[in-house]
Design a protein around this ligand. Structure first.
Ligand code: BES
Ligand code: ZN
Length: 593
């Protein structure tokens, strides 16, 4: 008996699921997926098979000939959910589990028509990372247990279903007015990368291997924003090797999507807040694309090693940005990341256990400790190795790392063994032990500088003494530079300073959400009334946690902004994803009476 993942009942001494076949009907009335999952074990098997489930009602478990197979359920555990133990009779190759999901399943968000752009049709999307696949299907829900899958998804005929898989056609569903979409994912992926979205969708081709999906009213804007995707894929291939997933499609989801992006293979999920109109937020796409190598080809064995997945991807993202837009652009990315990192050290405490790269999250809900630390600290650790080995050697190392571990899921120790083998001495030289196993930021953290960044920082540091950028300076700033400047400003500011900023940088009307939300955060913390309406609008529309957390936090500083937050939350929260509600409530619990 060996469980390898603190967040799963997966046991690597038991038979392993090689293939999942899903046949599900999407019920928008009841907010349920209903049907069956067929788990193919690849070979005749026997004995116990432990699966993860959460909020699933299991109707039956059957063998290949339809014969019932005995099973029992464990106790409901708060983080893990409920174990489903199937007692496989000798020679079992396949089991079919008939089940229905719960309307409360955290892996699904059901949207009323009012929450969509078109306002006419409902929408549903999944989000499974890190451990929510089990709320939509019984499975070995640990990244070590990679699977291929096929699916038949039945939806109302006016809607379209898309998945993180190849399309395998469609046909009429069993009941009139329904259509069944077929999918085939022939490459082995962790269950957290299985993904589905259903809604009124349209698409535009961007290149022979890429298209973008969105609601009809958004699809043109999406096609414009992501028109450069083929260049980005080509650059990434030059850096990390050929793109292995056939297509790179994207879908722009409704604004309640709780993340910026999610690297579902063949179909990246994106927030519509990226649609700035000027392509200024495509670094998020660079990040999700980079996961095609660092993540989807090689991922973490469990959430304890999450840094391997996200840290490597931030490193790769900034290399793509550098290749496309130059070193200064990448340096700004590092500066923005540094801000996020510092904020997290402040939130958790500089020597909190969760600030270690290699974590121990047994008994902890991974969503409760999600932060930028594995991203930014992890990426900095890799930069240190890169600077120590030299770029050429390090790039060769990354390519051989991806080659060596492709289609597997590894832990920190496996990664370091490979580092020691390929870059002997480098780990000791950078102090890898401290980086990986100790909290806080090691003193030898890499520094990222550029003359432009320094000038921006100095200018912002003079703000309190009355220094202001000239009109010409403001004109010359890229959106990322404007953001860096704003992030560096002191807060709260007085009314005069707020008015000056808004008038001269034209902030309240911005379509770039990074800039807009940074500004609204400053203004909210400053109790600056002219922005309240815009704050209300943003919080009512957008469910992205990255924006909700700072905005609701900034509203905590004054009685009337607190009142605004409470009023807006009451109206907005029914439209938020369960994860977004949790984050926001945790922030508001900190408000002082
Ligand atoms: N895979 C993550 C999102 C994620 C991680 C969701 C863990 C749930 C659990 C995705 O690649 C990501 O990191 N998205 C970021 C954007 C990125 C540019 C840092 C986001 O959503 O903001
Ligand atoms: Zn990521």
């Amino acid at each position: 008996m060996a469980r390898t993942d603190p967040h799963s009942y997966f046991d690597d001494s038991q038979p392993r699921t090689r293939h999942i076949g899903l046949e599900l009907e999407v019920d928008f009335e009841e907010h349920r997926l209903e049907g069956w999952a067929m788990l193919d074990l690849g070979e005749p098997s026997e004995g116990p098979l432990d699966l993860d489930t959460k909020d699933l009602e299991i109707y039956s478990v059957e063998g290949e000939g339809g014969e019932p197979i005995p099973f029992d359920r464990g106790e409901e555990e708060p983080v893990l959910g409920k174990r489903l133990r199937i007692h496989l009779p000798e020679g079992t190759r396949r089991v079919t589990i008939e089940y229905v999901t719960s309307p409360e399943a955290i892996g699904l968000q059901w949207l009323d028509p009012a929450q969509t752009e078109g306002k006419e049709h409902p929408f549903v999307f999944t989000h499974f990372q890190p451990i929510h696949a089990r709320t939509c299907m019984p499975c070995q829900d640990s990244p070590r247990a990679r699977v291929v899958y096929r699916a038949a998804i039945t939806v109302p005929s006016e809607l379209t279903a898309v998945m993180s898989a190849g399309s395998a056609g469609k046909g009429p569903g069993d009941r009139p007015g329904t259509t069944t979409y077929l999918f085939d994912m022939p490459q082995a992926i962790p269950t957290y990368l299985i993904a589905l979205a259903v809604g009124k969708l349209d698409s535009r081709a961007l290149s022979p291997r890429s298209r973008v999906w969105a609601e009809p009213g958004t699809v043109e804007a999406a096609a414009h924003e992501f028109a450069g995707i083929e260049d980005m894929i080509t650059k990434a291939e030059e850096l990390f090797g050929s793109y292995e997933w056939d297509r790179y499609d994207m879908i722009v989801l409704p604004p309640s999507f709780p993340y910026g992006g999610m690297e579902n293979p063949r179909l990246t999920f994106l927030t519509p807040t990226l649609l700035a109109g000027d392509r200024s937020l495509v670094d998020v796409v660079a990040h999700e694309l980079a996961h095609s190598w660092t993540g989807n080809l090689v991922t973490n064995a469990s959430v304890d090693h999450f840094w391997l997945n996200e840290g490597a991807t931030v490193w790769a993202e900034r290399r793509i940005v550098e290749a496309l837009h130059g070193e200064d652009a990448a340096t700004l990315g590092w500066a923005i990341g540094e801000k996020a990192l510092q904020a997290e050290f402040k939130r958790f405490g500089a020597d909190a256990a969760v600030t270690r790269l290699r974590n121990d999250l047994q008994g902890t809900d991974p969503d409760d400790v999600f932060s930028s630390i594995p991203y930014e600290k992890g990426a900095r650790f890799l930069v240190l190795l890169e600077r120590t080995a030299g770029r050429e050697r390090f790039d060769a190392f990354i390519r051989s790392y991806i080659e060596e571990f492709r289609f597997t899921s590894i832990n920190t120790e496996e990664f370091m063994d490979f580092v020691n083998q390929e870059l002997p001495g480098a780990a000791d030289e950078v102090g890898a032990q401290e980086w990986l196993y100790e909290p806080g930021m090691p003193r030898n953290a890499p520094v990222f500088r550029s003359p432009r960044l320094e000038a921006l920082n100095e200018l912002a540091d003079g703000f309190a003494e009355g220094e202001r950028p000239t009109g010409a300076q403001i004109e010359s700033w890229s959106p990322a530079e404007t953001l860096v400047y704003l992030q560096r400003l002191p807060r709260p500011l007085d009314e005069e300073a707020c008015r000056w900023l808004d008038e001269n940088l034209e902030l309240t009307g911005r379509g770039n959400y990074e800039i807009l939300v940074e500004w609204l955060t400053i203004a909210a913390a400053s109790d600056y009334e002219p922005v309240f309406e815009r704050v209300r609008e943003v919080l009512l529309r957008v469910g992205r946690m990255k924006y909700l957390r700072p905005l609701y936090k900034a509203l905590g500083g004054h009685p009337r902004t607190q009142a605004l937050a409470r009023e807006v939350y009451a109206a907005a929260s029914p439209g938020y994803h369960e994860l977004s509600r949790r984050v926001t409530e945790a922030v508001m619990d900190q408000y002082e009476e």
